[in-house]
Design a protein around this ligand. Structure first.
Ligand code: NAP
Length: 307
């Protein structure tokens, strides 16, 4: 059975990744798009999800690509209409709303998939395999990018529930929690928030593995010049470096050859499998660490940010 997909929120990630990947995914087909502005090519465009669901009985699943603040209501509507749901990362603006969606999807018998695209990067699975046999000493994350380059005009990112620098930072946390064994625990955080914004522009996190291995993370939206999306793990067997957001892997100075299928191809393969097998996949460790940073973090006001 081919899964008919309705996509909500025709923005950057929908155009850059979802539409081309759906077109290449065996077992999935784009049926319609719901977005307030803009037009999809080749399929009908509706101005809201309700209109799309009412007009398009061929929609079996809804892919949510809008900002996290408005994800819950749309996901609830789709689930209550009996549709499977694919959530972009982060799966929601709060932990409790995602927990509520898990319950609703279970009760309605539909698939709920909380996607973490960075976990599909080519270096992540080999890093997990190698680290499982290594003796860990410490972990350092540097996730620093230029917000003006990567998030132009995305005012929602600075609003409550928009995550600020944790929008990319949660990608690092999704890799971290995938490659290390056991639960990662946050022990301290500093959140640097511009005086004219609600969400942090930079953050430093101190964490620990279950075995007490220290983890330090630096997230920064003010990086100009070379960008960093790196995770370094020092071990007794040498250093493991995941760079380029997990797409490159070096172990003890040796560059590793990686299979490169693409992050979104992996996500859609998984979503098709989940729908076909009647399963859900919602893993909340990255979102929980972000919530913990907002719960415990020391807030420091920094210079106003103007785009
Ligand atoms: P974006 O370019 O701002 O697109 C989001 C779209 O959602 C907008 O174009 C907008 O389309 C729609 N939308 C619906 N309600 C909205 C609201 N209240 N405020 C603003 N837009 C609203 O953002 P994006 O970069 O695609 O990111 C969307 C989600 O994907 C985020 O959760 C982000 O973390 C995730 N993501 C982004 C990237 C990336 O590289 N950008 C990568 C991976 C994941 P209409 O105005 O037409 O409704």
């Amino acid at each position: 059975m081919t899964i008919g997909i309705g996509l909500v929120g025709l923005g950057k990630i929908a155009r850059d990744q979802h539409l081309p990947t759906i077109a290449r995914t065996e077992g999935a087909r784009l049926v319609a798009v719901a977005t307030r502005n803009g037009e999809a090519e080749g399929v009908p465009t509706y101005r809201d999800l309700g209109a799309m669901l009412a007009a398009e009985p061929g929609v079996d699943a809804v892919v949510m690509c809008q900002p996290p603040q408005v994800r819950f209501e749309a996901a609830r509507t789709a689930i209550e209409a009996g549709k499977h749901v694919f959530l972009e990362k982060p799966p929601g603006a709060t932990l409790s709303e995602v927990e509520a969606l898990i319950g609703l999807a279970k009760a309605r018998g539909v698939t709920l998939f909380a996607s973490w695209h960075s976990r599909e990067a080519g270096g992540v699975a080999p890093a997990r395999g190698w680290l499982a046999r290594a003796e860990l000493h410490k972990v350092a994350i540097a996730w620093k990018e230029d917000v003006r380059v990567w998030h132009p005009g995305q005012t929602w990112i600075w609003e409550p529930g928009g995550f600020g620098v944790f929008d990319p930072g949660i990608n690092a946390l999704s890799i971290l929690t995938a490659i290390l064994p056991g639960t990662v625990r946050l022990t301290a955080a500093t959140l640097e928030t511009p005086s004219n914004r609600q969400a942090p522009i930079a953050a430093q996190l101190t964490m620990q593995t279950a075995a007490g291995i220290p983890i330090a993370a630096e997230f920064d939206f003010r990086q100009t010049g070379p960008q960093s999306w790196d995770i370094r793990v020092e071990t007794a067997q040498g250093e493991l470096l995941l760079s380029h957001g997990g797409e490159a892997l070096e172990i003890a100075g040796q560059t590793q050859q990686l299979a490169g299928g693409g992050e979104y191809a992996g996500l859609y393969r998984r979503f098709v499998e989940l729908v076909r097998s009647g399963a859900s996949d919602v893993e909340l460790a990255p979102l929980r660490l972000v919530a913990d940073a907002f719960l415990c973090g020391k807030r420091v006001e920094v210079a106003a940010f103007e785009e």
